[in-house]
Design a protein around this ligand. Sequence first.
Ligand SMILES: NC(=O)CC[C@H](N)C(=O)O
Length: 201
Amino acid sequence: MERNLEVRCDSLLPDATETSITKVSPHISAGVEALIDLIDHVLKARSGRIYNCHRQGNGLSFRIEYGGSLTELCYALEAAQVQTISLGRQLRIHKDLGTADRLNQLYSFQERIDSHGIGHARLATESRVSPDRSHPFWAYGFSDVDVHNGQLTNYCKLRRRFQHLGYRFRTDNDSELIAIYCRPLPAEGIRTVLRLRAQSI
Ligand SMILES: NC(=O)CC[C@H](N)C(=O)O
């Protein structure tokens, strides 16, 4: 099954803020190659493969063939210090820091031929400003993502409860909890979110 995979790996791909993406330094090329090899290795071990790949801002964007568990693939990448930004058939997520103009330069959004695009600028309340703490959030392997305005005041309590149930959190941002919370109850959709809202007040 064909899927899109967007990843970041800060140890192999340094932030493009300092180095113009037009003049690719040998360091960045080596990082790109190493990251492609790593993902190729992880996929092949699970009967998957890479169709194509290109640099997208501070990350890499892949078209892959993979029919296994999405959660399992994300965990395997995480173990190799690779952060999965999105993995799916239609949705692509990009997370980064900067103004709309700078991100457009980095990711060439204007050149995209997609049906819809949504941008979100975060005003941080709960955790520090970094690409991985940007919205939207999603739980590995689940098909919906969440964007949230507000503050979950009982975040720590709910987070501990979910961790006891075996769920893994990737950040310390309260909004990630919504993605994890909705995950086991996809059919309930909005009702689940309303219940969460009621509990947070
Ligand atoms: N501005 C907001 O609504 C913040 C949302 C969320 N608490 C965050 O810190 O990302």
